[in-house]
Write a protein that binds this ligand. Sequence first.
Ligand code: RM4
Ligand code: MN
Ligand code: MN
Length: 399
Amino acid sequence: MTDERQLAELTEDLHARGVDVDAVERSLRSMVVELASWAFADSGTRFKVFAQKGAARTVFERLDDAACVHKLTGITPSVALHVLWDLADADIDEVLAHAEKAGVRIGAINPTLFERDEYKYGSLANPDAAVRKTALAHVLESIEIMRRSGSKHLSLWVADGTNYPGQDDLVARRHRLVEALKSIHDTLDDGMELLLEYKFFEPAFYSTDVPDWGTAYVLAKAAGAKAKVLVDLGHHPQGTNVEQIVASLIDEGMLGGLHLNSRKYADDDLTTGSIDPYELFLIFNELVAPAGGEALHPAAYMIDQSHNIKPKIPAMIQSVMAIQETTAKALCVDRPSLAEARQACDVIAAEEVLKQAFFTDVRPLLAAVRSEAGLPANPLAAYAESGYQQEIERRRAHK
Ligand code: RM4
Ligand code: MN
Ligand code: MN
């Protein structure tokens, strides 16, 4: 079947379901997802960092690779930086100039609160006031970097916690953290947001200071009105209903951002949608529900992946495409039929409505949206043909 024929059939099918295809296309055209700089660097497990041919070695190369993804997908105009990973030996002005030249901008700034010996017993919640002061100073410097780069999001993941029962006073740790979060919040300019990320374990193994969305919610409220919760899809215990968390946070006006990735066991940081595409769909179904199923809830969407096996750039393009496909499917849910089935407590019909959208092949629609925007219909194939991979493998031969 030709591409046009496939598109015509899909459009007809969607119209028959009562889906407003123009609205779906509009939402797909306006969608943006941020990329993490660290997704382009060599990474590994705690056993070994694997060197990949052509993987970016500097922040400048990471920006180039992100720009390559943006050129091919058209929906990833910004790059999140981790302060010590990206800016420890690079001048911020040079980084900003390079980003502009490459065709991307700087997105969320992530203070790095886990890379110093002093942080063994924590950073912002450390029992030692001098260490807390060092950590807070780093976050305040990160806010300065936000000002310089026009960044709106301070993305804070605090690696703090304890490893053994009795190690520290759990309530005292909370109080230290609240105090720090308040000062951080009060330093932010208007228009900036503090996104507080939670994770239930690792590197701490007995107690984690921001383990779950409820704690993050309470701490964000204590910090002030500019603070919201950031949900990383890989930061929950097995079996957690992540879409319910997302729905509740949206309902509370407290969903600040999402870190998109995939997991099977823990914080695996695999490419988005690779392990459980249906779970991802159910999450996106909640993300579009508040706008009547017609648009994604406004939040900071970022791909936070860090895997070792797939080549970095096509792996990122694959995630971007998976996110677009999942969003498109969520936008194609027949909302009136869903509402009707729910009201009638027709559980089978309600689930079938979701499955009908999930199993719809939306790729012809996405290919059309991309082509209309002057982008390759299949960014993954375009990357393979671009010669970029061969070029970076040649130019970045020395680690
Ligand atoms: C954490 C978390 C943060 C990221 C770090 C590197 O697990 O996901 O978002 O900044 O990893
Ligand atoms: Mn994350
Ligand atoms: Mn993580």
